[in-house]
Design a protein around this ligand. Structure first.
Ligand code: HPA
Ligand SMILES: [Zn+2]
Length: 341
């Protein structure tokens, strides 16, 4: 398959996205627009000036810029606009279902009310459903560089909005902030009925993945790249059919992998792991879901069958119910069959 054929095949393929930080979809053009209407000065003179700062050596260098970009988000409408722009974008990429992280502490710590953040996102997701036919779930993610107490407080603030939130996640600076720091708050979250996921094994050691499984009882591991360093862990992940939400362009931009040809995704699939492809923070890493599929498909010379497997995995690993999953997977099969004829 040449590159155009791969691109076309991926673009029509029905997909789900399971690892996406809504704050990471903040495109520079929208950032400048919202900054202006909120009368906030960005320290960059232009979109190009801002984009030139998107050059990272590790996760922390990215996070510093990512958090500073959120400073212009103040009103409910800002969170709506941010989410709506993302939904329109993925609609053009044939993403039928998305499960979105949001980081409330990034906003509440600046004095923006939890209600404004979640109401704007929730309203856009409702419009995504009614106007674009995109189904979605929301995942509240704790910032792991902050304290356990702050996570407990955030969970408390979320309880009145329980019906809008499907799962609790864990993101931000991984090293030095192992999952065990959040065991008690995740236990409480589960008792309140939330599912759990956690970023683990992006920069952190395989031990962080073990902890996420055993202490946080996660339904998915976000990233999980470094799991491949531990053969017992690989066996455990395969046995549990544990899904990994892998983010290829993120891994490249944050230097988790040296080169896309070295990306562990092919190895994960070979070993029978439930890997999925996602965009993480598309406005910062140079691509949405389709560009992530394309990058790995080309670099790792994936077959059409493997690309289709990734799309099916994205639905299998989602929080949709079994009937919904089956219907989505049938759409993938139908597409593949049509493409063969
Ligand atoms: O890839 C990530 N890792 C950890 N925290 C994050 N917050 C946004 N993206 C990420
Ligand atoms: Zn992430």
């Amino acid at each position: 398959m040449d590159q155009d054929a791969i691109k076309n095949f991926i673009s029509g393929l029905p997909k789900a996205e399971l690892h996406l930080h809504i704050e990471g979809t903040f495109e520079p053009e929208l950032m400048f627009g919202i900054a202006e209407r909120n009368h906030i000065d960005l320290k960059y003179n232009s979109v190009d000036d801002l984009k030139s700062a998107y050059d990272f050596n590790n996760l922390q260098e990215f996070l510093d810029i990512y958090y500073s970009g959120t400073n212009v988000l103040i009103e409910e409408q800002d969170f709506y606009d941010l989410t709506w722009a993302y939904l329109q974008k993925i609609h053009s990429q044939n993403v039928l279902h998305t499960e979105i992280f949001f980081d409330p502490q990034t906003h509440t710590s600046r004095g923006v009310a939890f209600d404004k953040v979640i109401s704007g996102i929730h309203r856009a997701l409702g419009d995504g459903r009614s106007k674009l036919g995109i189904s979605s779930f929301l995942i509240l993610s704790f910032l792991r560089h902050l304290s356990e107490e702050s996570a407990f407080q955030t969970l408390e603030e979320a309880l009145p909005y329980k019906s809008w939130i499907t799962a609790i996640g864990l993101d931000s600076s991984e090293k030095g902030h192992p999952p065990n720091k959040f065991e008690r708050v995740f236990t409480k979250a589960q008792a309140e009925g939330f599912l759990t996921v956690a970023h683990a094994g992006e920069e952190g050691s395989p031990e962080y993945v073990w902890e996420a499984l055993k202490l946080l009882q996660v339904s998915r591991i976000d990233h999980g790249n470094r799991s491949l360093e531990d053969s017992l862990l690989i066996d455990e992940l395969v046995k549990r059919k544990m899904s990994l939400t892998v983010c290829p362009l993120s891994n490249l931009k944050l230097k988790v992998v040296r080169d896309m040809t070295q990306h562990p995704l092919a190895k994960m699939l070979d070993k029978g792991m439930m890997a999925t492809v996602n965009s993480d923070d598309p406005a910062y890493f140079g691509g949405y879901v389709n560009e992530n599929y394309e990058a790995v498909a080309v670099a790792l010379k994936l077959t059409k069958g493997q690309i289709v497997q990734l799309a099916k995995n994205s639905f299998t690993a989602s929080f949709l119910n079994e009937v919904e999953k089956k219907a989505m997977i049938e759409k993938v099969d139908l597409y593949y069959r049509d493409q063969k004829n």
